[in-house]
Every structure is written in structure tokens, then in C-alpha cells.
Design a protein. Structure first.
Length: 119
């Protein structure tokens, strides 16, 4: 678990699961999330599952950081996938066309199953 109370992380096999809660508006919480993603890349995690179930709001800074991490991990043959995306965030992802960039699943287990079937 990170020091930031809005972010918890756990490793399942080689997949990092990051659960977020609250608002991510480009402040310390977004920086902490970026640190988690960078560490995942350095540690060789091929897949990062981002659980957004308890996220109330994201802004363009958060989206930009998520895209940058997606690009970095994709170049190494990995992926960032989303799960438990609240309706309001689904709308943001759709309007920004990021629903075409990130695979999205209804649960962490579904994301893990899809990842395990890809290997």
C-alpha cells in the first residue's frame, strides 16, 4: 500500500492492481498515482489494473498522466486496463474517446481473467 490514503495497490501474480478513491485533479494524489505507475514499469509489471470504483472525479491532468503511462507500458508490451468505472467517468472516457484506448471491465476479477487468458 502506498502512503497516499487514496491509493491502494496489490500484486496478483505479475499483475498490479491499483484501487483509487476520491478525486484526482492533478495534485498530490495524481502525483502519487504516477509514482505507482512508474514503479510498475520499472518493476516489470506487464499489466496494471486500475480500479476506479471509488473515484468521484478526474480531470485532464489525471487523464494526461494515465495516457503517458499507457504509452510507456504499451511500448514494453504491457497494458493498463480499467475496471469498475463509474457512469460519470465512463462518459468522460467516451467523450474523450479514451474508451477506445483502454480496455474496461466490470470487476477486478473480470480484468484478471481477461489478462490471464491473454497470456
Amino acid at each position: 500500500m502506498t502512503e497516499n490514503e487514496q491509493i491502494t495497490e496489490r500484486l496478483v501474480d505479475e499483475t498490479l492492481i491499483v484501487a483509487l478513491s476520491g478525486q484526482f485533479t492533478g495534485g498530490e494524489e495524481s502525483e502519487a498515482f504516477q509514482t505507482v505507475l512508474q514503479r510498475a514499469l520499472v518493476n516489470g509489471s506487464k499489466t496494471v489494473v486500475v480500479d476506479l470504483e471509488r473515484v468521484a472525479y478526474i480531470n485532464s491532468s489525471f487523464i494526461g498522466g494515465l495516457l503517458a503511462a499507457h504509452t510507456s507500458i504499451s511500448r514494453k508490451g504491457g497494458a493498463i486496463v480499467l475496471c469498475n468505472v463509474p457512469e460519470a467517468l465512463q462518459q468522460i472516457l467516451h467523450v474523450t474517446r479514451l474508451d477506445n484506448v483502454f480496455d474496461s471491465y466490470s470487476s477486478v476479477d473480470e480484468a484478471l481473467d481477461a489478462h490471464n487468458n491473454d497470456q
